[in-house]
Design a protein around this ligand. Structure first.
Ligand SMILES: [Zn+2]
Length: 282
């Protein structure tokens, strides 16, 4: 398991915003002695972004236009948003070479729709990465483990061939979507207080969906806001539960990569480490 560390992630901050550089620092500290770290700083071809997002949204982010109060924008944000996409695309390179990797990067992406940014997200990092894999004619299952529903990722891949979107998330909670299955999107909304027992039962159901679909690759949106100590989410997972979750996913035997989404509490570092150990079969 290689960790793609996008170190531009720690270079910007909006005062008082929960989506802060300290998230990345906490996780980095927890991973640096356990995993191979590769620093990432390249740019990318903007065409990759425009294959998934509208020109209007692209220009809006680029020009630093107002998005919403949760998703502050300025002229510098574009570069950080682009680098976060690039970090996820780096994972695809490793995936196609047969190596597992994790994109340790912000801003997150799963709330970015084709034509709309929001929810701390500018461009849909995992969406752009998965789109790249689909171009190679492969089948991908996207597993979204953030406590919030990934409305952006669902929007991007709805009705598309060779891809399934599967999400376990809290309801009611932002953004209020993902209440039922539609087309190739499988949603598992769960109440506040959901613990590891219920969570693992849902993963058993997802295992059946995965076996029927038989994907070539698994793309994971890892949100660490399912932790009991998270200030934004209401699930009751302990940091030590993340090993079991990772191990279960590893048992499916599908080559995978992982992209960071949310997670705002004090335990995100060790939860991330345990999850990655699990999906790495350690
Ligand atoms: Zn979230």
């Amino acid at each position: 398991m290689k960790v793609i560390y996008n170190f531009s992630s720690v270079k910007y901050e909006f005062s008082g915003h929960p989506e802060s550089p300290s998230r990345i620092k906490i996780i980095y500290e927890s991973l640096k002695d356990k995993f191979e770290i590769e620093e990432y700083s390249q740019g990318l071809d903007y065409e990759e972004i425009l294959k998934v997002h509208t020109r209007d949204l692209f220009e809006k982010v680029k020009n630093g236009e107002f998005i919403d109060y949760d998703t502050p924008n300025n002229k510098e944000m574009f570069r950080y948003a682009v680098l976060s996409v690039g970090s996820a695309l780096k994972c695809v390179e490793y995936l196609l070479k047969g190596e597992r990797s994790f994109s340790l990067s912000r801003p997150p992406g799963h709330h970015a729709l084709k034509d709309r940014a929001g929810g701390f997200c500018y461009f849909n990092n995992i969406g752009i990465a998965v789109n790249k894999i689909l171009e190679n004619g492969k089948k991908v299952l996207i597993l979204d483990l953030d406590v919030h529903h990934g409305n952006g990722t669902e929007d991007i891949f709805l009705d598309r061939e060779n891809v399934l979107y599967v999400s376990i998330h809290q309801s009611p909670l932002y953004p209020g979507t993902g209440l039922k299955n539609i087309s190739n999107s499988y949603n598992f909304p769960l109440p506040p207080g959901t613990d590891i027992k219920t969570y693992m039962e849902k993963l058993e159901e997802i295992e059946k969906i995965l076996k029927d679909f038989s994907p070539d690759y698994l793309a994971i949106s890892l949100g660490l806001d399912t932790l009991d100590t998270d200030p934004l989410g209401g699930f009751a997972l302990k940091w030590s539960d993340f090993y079991e979750i990772g191990k279960k996913i590893y048992s499916w035997g599908v080559p995978l990569f992982v992209v960071l989404e949310g997670g705002y509490g004090p335990d995100i570092g060790r939860a991330c480490r345990e999850f990655l150990r699990g999906v790495d079969g350690r």
